[in-house]
Write a protein that binds this ligand. Sequence first.
Ligand code: SF4
Length: 230
Amino acid sequence: MAREVAIALDGNTGALLVEDTGRLPSELRDALERLAGPAREIACAAPPEVRTLAPASPEELAALPCVRLAGYWHDSLIEGPGRRSVAKLQGCPLRCHGCITPDSWDAAGGRLVPVERLAAALLDPAHERDGVTILGGEPFAQPAGLLALVRALRRRGCRHVLCYSGYTYEALRRRAELEPAIAAVLHEIDMLIDGPYVAGLAHGAGAWTGSANQRVLTLKDTPAGAAVTS
Ligand code: SF4
C-alpha cells in the first residue's frame, strides 16, 4: 500500500508543515527544507501528542468552574478552519454507531480540571493558532463548564471558538429554552459543527466533519471568524 504524508505551506507564514516528519524520505525533506526552511510537525490525521492537565485540587473544585477533560492538543488542521488548539471533553450520552472515540463516552472518565487552567493551556503562546476547537465526547453534556470555558477563552483574547456537537442545532435550540447555559454558548461561539456521526454517510464527509449529515454553521460573523473561514 502506498504511504501518504501530508505536506502543506502555511499561507500566512510560509512555514513548511509536515504531518509526520519522521516518515518523510530524508532526501525529500532536505530538498523541501532548502526551499521553505525547517519543517514543522502538524496534526493532520491524528494529534501528534494528546496532553492532559493535573486534576482540580479540592480547593479548585470548591471555588472554580471545572470541566471534565479527556485531553487537549495543538496544531490540528482538521478540526475547523486554520490551525486549531483542541480540547476534547469527556462524556457522551449519544452512543453513535461507529463512533471513533468510544473512550470519550464515560461521563466519569477523564479528569475534572478548572476551565481557567485549561484555557491557559489551550492558548499556550508557544503554539500558533487561528482558534480553539472544543469537541468530545459531547461538549454540550457539560453546559455550565462549556460556557465557563468559552468565556475563559474569550477573556484571554481567543478570536475564534468552534464547538462540535452530536446534537443538531435545532435540538440544542430546544434545549436552550430550558438551559440558559446552552443558549449562552450558542450566542457566544463563532461556529458549530452539528449532528451525530452516521456511519453510512461517512464517505460524503467534509474536511472537518465525520459524516455528510453534519453541518458547519457560522453563528457569529466576527471579523476573526470571517478571516479564518474565507
Ligand atoms: S456524538 Fe461524537 S463522541 Fe458522541 S457517540 Fe457520536 S460520534 Fe461519538
